[in-house]
Design a protein around this ligand. Structure first.
Ligand code: ATP
Ligand code: MG
Length: 293
């Protein structure tokens, strides 16, 4: 049976900007015959203008998934399509890492326009755009400073400006706020929510914080311990914008964070590979008082 064009476009995957089909990834350790099965059978559709967060135990393959979507590495099985094509890195996909990865020898302005320089954009245009994006991040005054002269929060905002300068259709953020203090982190969450509303990009965000995941996302993808698989996809239907009234005090927010945290906790405590595996049930080391004569 042939499908009509209208029926094809109604298929949910036809609307996905990013489509992962049964994606698996193995890594071979250097100088070792051992292979690590990092991801197994990941199938996921990411819709236009959606904010999707990946959560799951450490080592479950979240960063690997980000690198696959960015086209830095290829799947060993399955298929990834970004806008209908296998992904290639470039300014259309902005990436923000936990470590800010600013180049210490370049000014903040020169760090921010680096992705454009790679694509032969004329210097004057690079500088003007960098200043615009630094302005958006409240860092215009620091354009001529060097990274070490900025606080952690300011460096992370500069890294965000660098990711945004290519007007990315897709923004990939791998634990971007993990190195920030709690208060700066909350302000950065607000920045990201505002940027997302303004730019209408797809955002794929990785965090270990279930609160952060629920606050920011339209969908939270909970992954299993390695090899990472999708345990559950949770829709977050809390009203937008979420920075004006603190949604974290609502019963809906509390129920979602509780559900996700219980899920992750159960997976970690029941994972024999985890350092937290049923530790509370392990027999205590025998003290001398317990020893039999
Ligand atoms: N280049 C590589 N070579 C070998 N093994 C790798 C490589 N990259 C990742 N791995 C392994 O793949 C698994 C998944 O790693 P990944 O970094 O994607 O996990 P993660 O979920 O991001 O963890 P975390 O939450 O700690 O950041 C881990 O066991 C890791 O050791
Ligand atoms: Mg990681």
């Amino acid at each position: 049976m042939t499908l009509l064009a209208a029926e094809v476009s109604e298929k949910p995957e036809a609307k996905a900007v990013i489509a992962l089909r049964n994606v698996s990834k193995w890594f071979r350790r250097l100088k070792s015959p051992v292979t690590v099965h990092a991801l197994n059978g990941i199938t996921l559709d990411i819709r236009p203008n959606s904010f999707v967060t990946l959560v799951g135990p450490s080592g479950c393959g979240k960063t690997t998934l980000i690198r696959l979507i960015n086209g830095l590495i290829r799947p060993d099985a399955g298929e990834i399509l970004v806008g209908g094509q296998p992904p290639v890195p470039g300014p259309h996909m902005g990436v923000v890492f936990q470590s800010f990865r600013l180049m210490p020898w370049r000014t903040i302005r020169a760090n921010v326009y680096f992705p454009l320089e790679l694509h032969q954009v004329p210097r004057k245009e690079c500088e003007e755009l960098a200043d615009d994006y630094l302005g958006m991040m409240g860092l215009r005054r620091f354009a001529d400073s060097y990274p070490h002269e900025l606080s952690g929060g300011m460096q992370q905002r500069a890294a965000l400006a660098r990711a945004l300068i290519g007007k990315p259709a897709i923004l990939l953020m791998d634990e971007p706020f993990a190195a920030l203090d709690a208060q700066t982190r909350e302000f950065m969450q607000i920045e990201v929510m505002k940027i997302r509303q303004k730019l209408k990009s797809v955002v794929i965000f990785v965090t270990h914080s279930v609160d952060e995941a629920v606050l920011l996302s339209d969908q939270v993808v909970m992954m299993t311990p390695r090899p990472g698989q999708i345990a559950e996809i949770v829709d977050v239907k809390l009203p937008q914008p979420r920075w004006e009234n603190d949604v974290r005090v609502t019963p809906e927010f509390v129920a979602l964070r509780h559900h996700l945290w219980e899920g992750i906790k159960a997976m970690v405590l029941n994972d024999p590979q985890s350092e937290f595996y049923q530790r509370d049930r392990a027999a205590p080391p025998a003290s001398s008082a317990d020893k039999e004569d």
